[in-house]
Design a protein around this ligand. Structure first.
Ligand code: BDR
Ligand code: CA
Length: 316
């Protein structure tokens, strides 16, 4: 199996996105993936909440031995972006598996250096922990097998949360830039593809009928999240499906054909202003293109993803 570290800003249970939780469940369900370490980061929610909610989900999934290590509480440059825990999340601490001691960037470095050429780092939140790990120990560049990132938008302009760009990148643009400039072999799975892999109300109802208690729970979580969209984004057209951003970054590990890729030379705007966090992606189509620094997913087989996801989640 592919041995992974999963770095997440999981917020399932905080009334926010459920996709990090589904990504963790999918990785656990996939016999071709072995989760060695789970690390948390500030992003969709504060890092304390992300750690508690990941601990709750690990108990639900029956994952008792895989280490869980808390990471950075704020982006590398703007500490004012640190979020604070919500009382209803803190109240779930009792139901959560306690995290292991330590600090995620250090744990990431130690695990990669102890297993050279073996570890794929899957980053499904802002890239803060990954960038700090790179700054702490640059030799992880040659010891890591691959970095797979849910992040970015590459094929045009797109707004997420009313800002141009993609959340995981604009939440810590300096971290994204550190990663892009690192020379690490990296694959980016961005909004261009992740917005096209969706769970619908019909899928949720199918999950609810499953004999697997996790699948039934996932069905309920999907339904409440679809219903929550109307509250979260008033004025937008009503939707009956939600994107599975982070699970796609897990699915591509064992299903190499789900996405098509293109080498690109990508940079991130880090100054202040409206374009902060926007990516500039050169698709290398000019006669003398720049040197590529990453592989970018440019197309996705949505139905293949959906079948893979629904099949594996119902095995839990
Ligand atoms: C990314 O932002 C988060 O809301 C999702 O979990 C995903 O990682 C999508 O832009
Ligand atoms: Ca995420």
């Amino acid at each position: 199996p592919t041995r992974i570290i999963l770095d997440t800003d999981l917020s399932m249970g905080a009334g926010s996105d459920v996709d990090d939780g589904f990504a963790l469940a999918l990785a656990h369900a996939d016999p071709d993936i072995q989760i060695d370490l789970i690390t948390t980061v500030n992003g969709n929610t504060d890092v304390e909440s992300a750690t508690i909610l990941t601990g709750v989900l690990l108990n639900r999934l029956g994952i008792h031995d895989t280490p869980l290590v808390r990471g950075s509480a704020s982006p590398i440059i703007h500490p004012d972006k640190e979020r604070t825990p919500l009382p209803h999340v803190l109240a779930q601490k009792e139901a959560a598996r306690a995290p292991n001691p330590g600090y995620a960037p250090v744990a990431i470095v130690e695990h990669i250096m102890a297993n050279p050429g073996e570890i794929t780092l899957v980053a499904i939140g802002p890239l803060t922990n990954v960038a700090i790990a790179l700054l702490l120990e640059p030799r992880i560049k040659s010891a890591i097998k691959e970095l797979v990132i849910m992040g970015g938008v590459f094929l045009g302009t797109m707004y997420s949360r009313d800002k141009p760009g993609e959340f995981n990148v604009f939440s810590d643009p300096e971290a994204a830039r550190t990663v892009l400039r690192s020379g690490i072999p990296q694959r980016w799975i961005g909004l261009d593809c992740t917005l096209r892999v969706r769970l619908s109300m019909a899928d949720a109802l199918e999950l609810k009928k499953s004999t697997s208690s996790f699948a039934a729970f996932a069905g309920d979580a999907t339904i409440s999240y679809i219903e929550h969209q109307a509250v979260r984004f008033p004025g937008r057209p009503k939707t009956d499906s939600i994107p599975m951003h982070d699970p796609l970054a897990v699915a591509v590990l064992s299903k190499p054909d789900i996405c098509e890729y293109k080498d690109m030379a990508v940079s991130v705007i880090t100054g202040d202003g409206e374009a902060r966090g926007v990516m500039i992606a050169d698709r290398l189509e000019t006669p003398s293109p720049p040197v590529p620094n990453c592989r970018v997913a440019v197309d996705v087989d949505s139905e293949a993803f959906r079948l893979h996801f629904l099949t594996l989640i119902q095995k839990l």
